[in-house]
Write a protein that binds this ligand. Structure first.
Ligand SMILES: *[C@@H]1O[C@H](CO)[C@@H](O)[C@H](O)[C@H]1NC(C)=O
Ligand SMILES: *[C@@H]1O[C@H](CO)[C@@H](O)[C@H](O)[C@H]1NC(C)=O
Ligand SMILES: *[C@@H]1O[C@H](CO)[C@@H](O)[C@H](O)[C@H]1NC(C)=O
Ligand SMILES: *[C@@H]1O[C@H](CO)[C@@H](O)[C@H](O)[C@H]1NC(C)=O
Ligand SMILES: *[C@@H]1O[C@H](CO)[C@@H](O)[C@H](O)[C@H]1NC(C)=O
Length: 954
């Protein structure tokens, strides 16, 4: 599986590739025969078929009573009748039409010159060694076929091989690749994702292949090379891909490139760790047309010599540390390169200055300057770049007016991203000369009406006009919902009115974010035909019956929180939404039972029904939701005992909130099975009995540091033609006495138990001191008795401890003073006695932490300790003289720790970070879970709508 997805972590964001679904129709079947096929070859092919699971019936023509030269994927020689070509490639990604293993009777096909089984699933089996005996092979393609184990060295016997593709499988780490130089005819070699970390001489080895023209060693963990191979210093390479390794400037790779007499046309060094200035040497490679350096650590500008690169078409330098004046970048490219250059990508650098006149770059199609430090105005001459298709200027500080003149001749413009610092000045009836595919104008000043020019754009698939001060009415704006939209973000505006009830069918399953507006009325059905829908923080009302009509297994995220939605949710409502992973109905007015169809949501990881009026018992079908990580049912009217299965059904549960319901009975000991649990909030119920002793089995709470302080949960989704991954990335704020604390390293660090305001009795189990990761412990407002364990000081991570309003007796353990982080302490209204211990941290608390314990004495209480007072007295009723102070603490107690999830948009435009070499167009939207007042939990979604292609030269 992993073999066909590129996956890397970029700051907080997980990016994932999305690949197009294959068109099975592309599956090749070519029969061509005059002579009829040989019986032993036919038998061999049937054996091969036997070992394959053919879900799509693609080998249905392979039957025993037919001339095998007519079978699909086969070609026989028109002279000898032998099978010379076997092509089972699925021509595309992520289809794996065939599964199983490759039968060794393949060796009967001795005359094969062409063998392609790429994009199938061989279940990590080994490539049959016998393949080495197919000495006529010239073309061997095993790309992305999930082969595993060792690469057989017998491949070295294929001395006629011109094309070898082993990329994107799951091979063991090879010790060496000494078999490779025997393939002396090799022209094309792809070993991407083969882990070559042990092959220190990889460059020497590939350098021994005299006819090699294309070399792909992407994501190979290549070790740095510190000596240049001794060779005739001439290579025939014209395409070289060394991306996604960790090569540094101290490696000799560049030296080798500059000193060999190469005619490389396309060079990809992206995602490495090259530092310092971009070396001059590249400009000596006259043939270079495509140069990809994105995501390295290059500094400074571009060498002046680059201006002499007369063939340079594509220069991609995004995600580096480049600085200097933009004007100078263009000057340094002037000479020859300015005439040939078609694509310049400087996204995510620190380039300064204003946008110069670039009419001296007449061929420019793509200009990307997103996220730099540009200032000044945009020259009107931009409007003359009639070849421009992509213009990304967003996330800069460009100023001044942008008007029709800037676009006068940009008839080919398809992708436009502008910074919010520009002042938009288009006449009311402007009809732009372009039809955009991507509109990224988040935070720009577009309002108060939807701009009329926008209405002329009929074919966009990507629109971000979030936070653009639009206060228009959506009811008259049907046009905004384009059929082919894949991503739509209108959040953080003042858009009002009812969402029109269109009978629109999206061409794919889009991501739609209409959150934080003033939308009213119901949610029309067509919106639910999306992959991701966030309409939170509006004034939407009424029941969500339209949702129950929908059968959309591709709906992954549904966030309806903070509206005025109401009504009962029909029992069967969620039956057809089996793809849901995040469901957030928090802060609405739903009532009635939680529908038992919740059990159909077997993929759900986050369920938030917080603050509604759900009643009745928890449906037992909820225990089908085995993937739950986050479960918040707080502030409802749920009744019954806390079910035992809550502790046994959710191996991954991290957050469990049942706060403020009518749960009764005791705390089931089964909750102690939740080994990942970090937040347990059962406060404000009617739970009785003792606190279970087994709390120390909550192993996540017994660890101070979580190894993965950042909790990231991700999964790969296929939605129609797209695949994307979503992941939770922890980020959490919480309010404490009116102050917002931020846990940067996040959820991993938020560890809390809140059992306050129940009817718990008995002692606080001593085992609680083993929960050394606890940041907050709130057991207040129960009927707990006994003493505070003297080892309480072991809870070194505690930030807040509230044991108030119980019947705890005896002295306050002096070990409490060892908890340096303690910033909230409340022991008031118990029967504690004796002298209050002192210590640097304890001395910061005032009397309110201790009052209501008549037998306590010493600072900060006014009562002085005498000899007799230290001697412990029998429990007495706590005084109630400080009622006023208690009310003040109410806020704290009801606040507790409280987590709830809502989705919101954080940084809609990420732009295309992908590589052009691989022709990936990564589109990343970064979403966050956002709660209105307490805390936030972020989610990243990344979307890539293009597929990876392997050709360096288009
Ligand atoms: C046989 O095939 C070769 C190439 O596949 C082709 O050039 C030739 O014309 C064919 N001969 C006949 C008789 O079809
Ligand atoms: C699959 O086969 C087609 C047609 O033979 C070819 O163009 C394509 O490059 C092959 N794909 C791969 C991944 O080898
Ligand atoms: C322009 O080229 C000169 C000479 O190579 C170099 O010193 C300077 O840093 C370059 N400036 C930019 C912005 O590329
Ligand atoms: C617009 O572009 C066309 C060719 O694409 C050219 O003929 C025309 O002169 C240009 N107009 C302006 C104002 O640059
Ligand atoms: C608390 O429990 C006691 C019995 O242990 C019971 O009498 C009392 O009613 C309970 N209080 C509440 C509020 O449930």
């Amino acid at each position: 599986m992993g073999g066909s997805s590129v996956q890397f972590l970029l700051t907080l964001i997980l990016l994932f590739l999305l690949c197009m679904r294959p068109t099975i129709a592309n599956y090749l079947g070519l029969g061509d025969t005059h002579l009829g096929c040989k019986e032993h070859e036919r038998q061999a092919l049937l054996k091969i078929k036997q070992d394959l699971i053919d879900d799509y019936g693609l080998l249905s023509s392979w039957s025993s009573n037919q001339d095998c030269c007519m079978w699909s994927g086969l070609r026989c020689s028109n002279q000898t009748g032998h099978v010379i070509m076997l092509n089972l490639n699925a021509s595309s990604f992520r289809s794996w039409p065939l599964r199983g293993k490759l039968n060794p009777s393949l060796f009967e096909l001795k005359y094969l010159t062409y063998l392609d089984v790429s994009f199938n699933d061989f279940n990590q089996s080994q490539i049959p060694k016998i393949i080495g005996s197919l000495s006529n092979l010239r073309h061997l393609d095993l790309y992305d076929a999930n082969f595993g184990r060792n690469i057989p060295f017998q491949l070295g016997n294929l001395s006629n091989l011109q094309y070898l593709n082993l990329g994107w499988n799951n091979f063991n780490i090879p010790e060496n690749i000494e078999w490779l130089p025997q393939l002396s005819s090799l022209e094309y070699l792809c070993m991407s994702t083969v882990n070559l970390s042990k092959v220190n001489n990889w460059l020497h080895v590939v350098n021994k292949l005299p006819y090699l023209t294309s070399l792909y060693l992407s994501s190979c963990n290549l070790p740095n090379i510190f000596s240049v191979p001794l060779v005739n210093s001439s290579t025939s390479l014209d395409g070289l891909d060394l991306s996604y390794n960790s090569l540094t400037s101290s490696s000799s790779v560049l030296e080798w490139l500059f000193n060999s007499n190469t005619s490389i046309v396309a060079l990809d060094l992206s995602y490495n760790r090259f530092q310092g200035l971009i070396p001059d040497g590249f400009s000596k490679i006259n043939s270079l047309a495509k140069l990809y350096f994105y995501k390295n650590e290059f500094e400074g500008g571009i060498p002046k010599s680059f201006g002499g690169m007369c063939n340079l078409k594509i220069l991609s330098l995004s995600l580096n540390n480049l600085s200097g004046q933009l004007l100078e970048f263009f000057q340094n490219l002037t000479g020859c390169a300015n005439h040939s250059i078609q694509s310049l990508n400087f996204d995510w650098n620190q380039i300064m200055g204003s946008l110069p006149d670039i009419t001296t770059f007449p061929s420019l199609r793509i200009l990307r300057l997103h996220s730099n430090h540009l200032k000044g105005i945009v020259p009107e001459s931009l409007g003359k770049q009639s070849n421009l298709e992509t213009l990304y200027l967003s996330n800069n500080s460009l100023e001044g007016v942008i008007s029709e003149a800037h676009f006068s001749n940009l008839t080919k413009l398809k992708h436009l991203a502008l910074p919010h610092t520009l002042v938009f000045n288009f006449s009311f009836d402007w009809v732009p000369p372009f039809q955009l595919d991507e509109i990224s104008l988040g935070s720009c000043q577009l309002g108060p009406r939807f701009p009329t020019w926008l209405r002329t754009q009929k074919y966009y698939s990507w629109i971000d006009i979030s936070n653009s001060r639009i206060s228009d009415i959506i009811s008259n704006s049907d046009w905004i919902f384009s059929r082919q939209v894949e991503y739509m973000n209108l959040s953080f505006n003042q858009i009002s009115g009812q969402i029109p009830n269109l009978s629109l069918e999206f061409t794919s399953y889009p991501i739609i974010d209409l959150s934080s507006n003033k939308l009213e009325g119901g949610i029309p059905q067509f919106l639910f035909e999306s992959a991701y829908l966030d309409v939170s923080k509006n004034m939407l009302s009424g029941p969500i019956s339209a949702l129950c009509e929908v059968q959309n297994g591709n709906l992954n995220f549904l966030v309806l929180s903070n509206n005025r939605l109401s009504g009962q949710i029909p029992d069967s409502c969620w039956m057809h939404l089996e793809g849901l992973q995040v469901l957030n109905l928090a802060n609405n007015h739903f009532h009635g039972k939680i529908p038992s169809s919740v059990g159909f949501l077997h993929r759900i990881v986050s369920l938030d029904l917080d603050n509604n009026n759900f009643s009745g018992e928890l449906p037992s079908s909820l225990n089908n939701c085995k993937e739950l990580i986050f479960l918040n049912l707080g502030y409802n009217a749920l009744v019954g005992q806390i079910p035992i299965w809550l502790g046994t059904s959710y191996p991954n549960l991290i957050i469990l909130i049942l706060r403020s319901n009518h749960f009764n009975g005791s705390v089931p000991i089964h909750l102690c099975h939740l080994e990942h649990l970090q937040v347990l909030d059962l406060a404000l119920n009617q739970i009785s009995g003792c606190i279970p002793k087994c709390l120390n089995n909550l192993s996540a709470l017994t660890k101070k540091d979580s190894p993965d302080a950042a909790i990231i949960h991700s999964s790969l989704e296929t939605i129609g033609i797209m695949e994307y991954v979503f992941s939770y990335i922890d980020h959490l704020f919480f309010m404490w006495k009116g102050k917002e604390h931020e846990y940067k390293n996040i959820l991993g660090l938020l560890k809390s138990i809140d059992l306050s305001s129940n009817n718990l009795t008995g002692r606080i189990p001593g085992e609680v001191v083993e929960l050394v990761g606890l940041v907050s412990l709130n057991l207040s407002r129960n009927r707990l008795t006994g003493q505070i364990t003297s080892e309480i000081g072991m809870l070194q991570s505690l930030d807040a401890l509230d044991l108030s309003k119980n019947q705890l007796s005896s002295g306050i353990p002096s070990s409490l003073s060892h908890i340096d982080r303690l910033s909230v302490l409340d022991l008031s209204n118990n029967n504690l006695s004796g002298k209050i211990p002192t210590g640097p941290q304890l001395d910061t608390f005032n009397a309110s932490s201790y009052e209501g314990n008549p037998n306590l004495c010493g600072a900060p209480l006014p009562k002085k300790c005498s000899g007799e007072e230290i001697a412990q007295n029998p429990a007495m009723n706590g005084s109630r003289e400080h009622a006023g102070m208690q009310d003040e603490k109410e806020g704290f107690i009801s606040m507790g720790f409280y987590v709830s999830v809502a989705l919101g948009f954080i940084a809609g435009f990420w732009g295309v970070v992908g590589t052009l070499v691989l022709n990936m167009s990564l589109r990343v939207a970064f979403f966050r879970f956002l709660n209105d007042f307490k805390d936030r939990l972020y989610v990243a979604i990344s979307v890539n709508m293009a597929r990876v292609q392997r050709q360096l030269q288009n």
